[in-house]
Design a protein around this ligand. Structure first.
Ligand code: BDP
Length: 725
């Protein structure tokens, strides 16, 4: 009997330990070993709280400490050896440590974590100007403890710390506003959302508060996100009704202790649609007054409300041009209404008309003439590329082109064009590729990061946005690895110099485990995954080959009677018997290449100097054109698609080997999605190659895997995903 119970116990242990569904994200705080707890106590053994009242930073610290060490950190009444001292510049003790001057340089969110001596005691100080800085510091400290204590037994010298057991960290975020954009509709659906319904339970609010609201705020604060736009950019005027504002207020109250400001997407015709006015013309006084009254109402309810996000005159939405006014007229009117309360307007540059003009060049042509015409509390929100969140795009030429206007990058975290929540695609390399791109607007080194974070042009506003991939699924993001994209966006918004490697390393260790045999191969898989997706979907600069109605699978042949040309793949690939690709060159093409600064303009313009990853973005290239590899374009295309397929097979092999390192649920979830990804990669490869082969009239090189599908049957696939194009 005893033996039986013992084996039952052994059998149950793994299930008990391993019952994980991903809901804790990267905030799992796995217990440290006794040895590690001991070594940690040689650095921090009590906390001296120099912050009056409720302080979220302290609550978070105590919660995590208990998870990590099994007990709370004793609160000290006075300074002792190994005290952790936490306080803002208002604290007498912090002032007495001589940190005040330094704190002035850190802005409201920056912080210091420093080991120092005070009155003979060796202490670690966490100091900042305001409470938010303390929160970010605590999360930083906790991250460092998790990342470094387990591997070294003693706390590694962190950053500038000169001897073991010391901290010397000083951080100031790259962007002042680090914001998520939720494309959540008021009916609970999410545009391009792949993790279930919206987190926001509008029907239950404001009376009932889901516990997940607070969890959401914690997760965001832990990676430095400090703003959230709650509703879809395709905004319903209803969001500004008093009934909805009461609901927004309830959410804002949950988020406030975590330093998260709430913003709303607004519909430009709200004065008419909601207010009953006869017009929404931004130069009409009644309209201006309506927005001023609305701003007053909002700030009366939510004093720290952040401002508005606006999609106007884009994809059928109303905007100032409906009244013969400019984007600047529209944005400035809203900015004036928000100004008395320090609110801002994020005005989207994602604007293109159904016209003969190359879509890639339209936003630039629309906005650059308006440079210098926007109020100081307006910031233009620009998607990373000139088209629309494709697997790979060159950076938008608007970056660097508007030196007198604040510009913020918009990235997509949700995988609209990257396999939704079925494909494992780690997006930090995509974000980083854009941020590191040199615009050359002020000579070499004028990267998108520097153009937008205030280093090059000192705008009062700096911001960065990510379209959220969060829904009500237990694991928040649909795919366990999609959590890494939320994490990576936050970390890069905080520090745009971090590398995808470092971020992946942090995420894996906190989300799964620290074992090298697990961390290294999984990291390698993540780092290769974005390029793999480009390879099996749209290599060599191809873009927008997606199926009509949803953006999941391939449909390069797609035709829809009466559809806008620029919503069809053939507009982008332009395949014919001569070659493939969009000619955007100066002499024979759309001239969009001329929107880039020299030397990019020249490099992109010439076939020989155009980077091959953008080749078919800028050029219509003959099938037999010789690539750098020596292969013809057609063969290179085939090899690259095949490479993408093989890479995903490789990810499957990597992951299958990891079974013993991961809890069963998360292991199987990822495993089954990799199977789908593998099949989808073949689907993409076969669809694109078999279709383009009807133009190239060349064989698929015989040394690669043969197609397993018939073009005719691929053409019949219709997925039942309801979305407009
Ligand atoms: C496209 C999406 C569409 C969005 C639009 C936007 O397909 O659902 O409304 O972008 O960003 O990527 O406004």
């Amino acid at each position: 009997m005893k033996n039986f119970l013992y084996s039952l116990f052994l059998f149950l242990i793994p299930t008990l330990i391993y019952a994980e569904d991903g809901s804790k994200l990267w905030l799992r705080y796995q217990p440290l070993s006794a040895k590690q707890v001991k070594s940690l106590s040689m650095v921090i053994s009590s906390v001296l709280i120099e912050e009056p009242g409720d302080c979220t930073a302290i609550t978070e610290l105590q919660y995590a400490w208990k998870q990590l060490t099994g007990k709370e950190l004793p609160v000290a009444a006075s300074l002792k050896d190994y005290s952790l001292v936490i306080g803002t510049e208002k604290s007498k003790l912090i002032q007495s440590l001589g940190l005040q001057k330094e704190l002035q340089t850190l802005g409201s969110d920056g912080f210091i974590i420093r080991t120092m001596k005070s009155k003979g005691n060796r202490i670690t100080v966490i100091a900042s100007k305001g409470e938010n800085g303390l929160l970010y510091a605590v999360f930083n400290l906790l991250r460092n403890i998790q990342l470094y204590v387990p591997s070294s037994n003693i706390l590694r010298t962190i950053q500038l710390g000169s001897s073991p057991f010391t901290f010397d960290i000083k951080e100031v975020p790259s962007y002042k506003i680090r914001i998520l954009n939720h494309w959540d509709n008021l009916d609970g659906t999410i545009e391009r959302g792949y993790a279930g319904h919206s987190l926001w339970k509008w029907d239950e609010l404001p009376g009932k508060l889901s516990p997940r609201y607070k969890e959401y705020a914690r997760a965001n604060a832990s990676i430095g996100i400090n703003g959230t736009v709650l509703n879809n950019v395709n905004a319903s005027p209803e969001i500004l009704s008093n009934a909805y504002l009461q609901k927004v207020k309830a959410l804002a109250e949950v988020f406030r202790p975590y330093g998260i400001h709430v913003y709303l997407s607004v519909n430009f015709s709200s004065p008419a649609a909601l207010g009953g006015l006869s017009t929404s013309d931004p130069l009409n006084e009644g309209v201006q007054q309506w927005w001023k009254d609305k701003a007053k109402e909002i700030y009366g309810l939510i004093p720290d409300f952040g401002g508005f996000l606006v999609k106007a005159n884009s994809e059928g939405l109303p905007g100032p041009q409906d009244f013969g006014r400019t984007h600047a007229d529209g944005a400035n009117m809203l900015a004036d209404a928000l100004k008395p309360y320090n609110g801002i307007v994020m005005w989207r540059a994602f604007v293109y008309k159904s016209s003969m003009e190359d879509r890639a060049g339209q936003a630039y042509n629309e906005f650059t003439p308006l440079d210098g015409k926007f109020r100081s509390n307006v910031i233009l929100q620009v998607k990373n590329g000139p088209i629309d969140f494709q697997p790979r795009e060159p950076f938008s030429p608007l970056f660097g082109a508007m030196t007198r206007t604040a510009l913020m990058p918009e990235f997509q975290i949700t995988q609209e064009y990257l396999g939704a929540s079925n494909h494992l695609v780690y997006l930090a390399p995509l974000y980083k590729e854009c941020l590191e791109s040199d615009t050359y607007c002020s000579g070499e080194g004028s990267t998108v990061a520097w153009v937008t974070d205030g280093k090059l042009f000192p705008h009062p506003l700096t911001a960065i946005a990510g379209v959220a991939n969060i829904g009500e699924d237990a694991n928040w993001c649909g795919h366990q690895f999609a959590q890494a994209n939320w994490y990576a966006f936050g970390r890069l918004a905080w520090n745009n110099e971090l590398t995808p490697e470092v971020i992946a390393d942090e995420w894996i260790k906190q989300t799964f485990n620290q074992q090298k045999e697990f961390v290294e191969p999984v990291k390698e898989m993540m780092l290769a995954s974005r390029e793999a997706a480009v390879n099996y979907m749209m290599p060599l600069g191809l873009h927008h080959l997606f199926a009509w109605g949803h953006h999941y699978g391939p449909e390069p042949w797609c035709t829809v009677p009466g559809a806008r040309a620029d919503w069809l793949p053939s507009y982008y690939h332009k395949a014919d018997t001569l070659g493939i690709g969009f000619d955007r060159t100066l002499d024979t093409g759309s001239k969009a290449v001329g929107q880039y600064f020299v030397p990019l303009r020249n490099d992109y313009n010439k076939l020989k100097t155009c980077p091959e990853q953008y080749l078919l973005w800028f050029h219509h290239v003959p099938w037999k054109y010789k690539m750098k590899s020596g292969q013809t374009l057609w063969n290179e295309l085939c090899y690259t698609y095949d490479k993408g397929v093989q890479q995903v097979r490789g990810f499957q092999k990597t992951w299958d080997k990891m079974e013993s390192f991961v809890d069963a649920q998360r292991f199987h979830e990822v495993q089954s999605r990799l199977k789908i990804q593998s099949k989808d990669a073949v689907w993409w490869k076969d669809a694109c190659l078999l279709y383009f082969q009807t133009f190239s009239r060349q064989p698929i090189p015989y040394d690669i895997e043969r197609p397993v599908n018939e073009l005719d049957s691929l053409k019949k696939i219709k997925l039942n995903l309801l979305h407009h194009n």
